[in-house]
Design a protein around this ligand. Structure first.
Ligand code: ZN
Length: 308
């Protein structure tokens, strides 16, 4: 396919959330503009890789109201090896050190300290492969965090006075109940290609949440309130686990041309169709890459060849 006015060259700079919809954030350095592609049912996502380089995805800053905001990289520089930022953006990012805030000796800027001292939630999230994990979310991102994580269903199990308390609680739940804090995006994609049944997902999630709620309420920690708030929908569970013949996308998303009709997304993992295939596409390696966005299509083997 040749270049034409329908294509846009941009850096795939991250994921934004609007309600329960994931939006792919595209930064166009030539026009200094941001565009978003909704990864929701009915969207077309087509792209062509521009080069092999990885570029800086920018940094987070504080707005005047104390809320975080994203800014593109001022120098449009390359990303550091195995990172998504250049060194300047990494060091300037206001979230630098966020995951160490509850460790002894951690030093926080005033802005990050205000953020950390906001109320936080502890949640248990269930994924399509039946894996359950524990995680944390600041109060105003209690929904967005679950959407960007690609959770299929979740339950908020504790309301904590601040972000240090919730991280201590997360560590206690993890070590005492053997519940993981991480579920890799590759494993999330594999899970969506080979999901457990909706009934099994619900029952395993309920069992794990019962255990965590009982554990949290026994602790009697000051600043920790035991709660049980369910998140998710039957439609979301059905989308993730209702179909069992999806195929992991066989092509490297960083090379060549790709296109699919999007059915929905779980974080950076997209469900879509192309050329008679129902596909699971992991877009995480597309972050930091420059692409042309437009009406490109994927080249897939004929289905009867069963090359997958
Ligand atoms: Zn940068």
């Amino acid at each position: 396919m040749s270049d034409d006015a329908a294509t846009l060259e941009a850096l795939v700079a991250g994921l934004d959330i609007e309600g329960t919809t994931c939006l792919l954030r595209l930064w166009n350095p030539a026009h200094r503009s941001v565009e978003y592609i909704p990864l929701s049912d009915g969207s077309w996502l087509g792209w062509r890789a521009v080069d092999d380089n990885r570029y800086c995805c920018g940094r987070h800053v504080w707005r005047q109201d104390g809320m975080p905001a994203w800014l593109p990289c001022p120098s449009v520089g390359r990303a550091q090896s195995s990172k998504k930022q250049c060194q300047d953006c990494e060091l300037a990012d206001v979230f630098l050190g966020l995951h160490q805030v509850h460790r002894a000796g951690a030093r926080l800027s005033d802005g990050l300290n205000s953020y950390v001292m906001r109320p936080h939630y502890l949640y248990v999230a269930g994924f399509a492969d039946g894996v359950e994990k524990v995680g944390t979310a600041v109060d105003f991102r209690k929904e967005d965090r679950l959407v960007e994580q690609g959770a299929v269903l979740a339950t908020r199990v504790a309301y904590c006075s601040d972000g240090k308390m919730v991280r201590h609680l997360e560590d206690a739940v993890s070590s005492s109940l053997g519940l993981t804090q991480r579920h890799s995006v590759n494993d999330k994609a594999r899970g969506l290609a080979n999901p457990v049944s909706p009934a099994n997902l619900r029952s395993e999630h309920g069992r794990v949440v019962d255990g965590v709620c009982a554990f949290v309420s026994r602790l009697h920690w000051q600043g920790v309130e035991s709660i049980r708030e369910n998140w998710g929908s039957e439609d979301r569970i059905e989308l993730a686990c209702g179909m069992c013949d999806r195929t992991l996308y066989p092509n490297d998303v960083r090379v060549g041309e790709h296109g699919l009709a999007v059915q929905g997304s779980f974080g950076l993992v997209i469900l879509g169709t192309s050329d008679c295939y129902d596909l699971v596409v992991n877009l995480s390696t597309l972050i930091s890459r420059r692409v042309q966005v437009g009406p490109f299509i994927s080249s897939l083997p004929p289905k009867q060849d069963s090359l997958f």
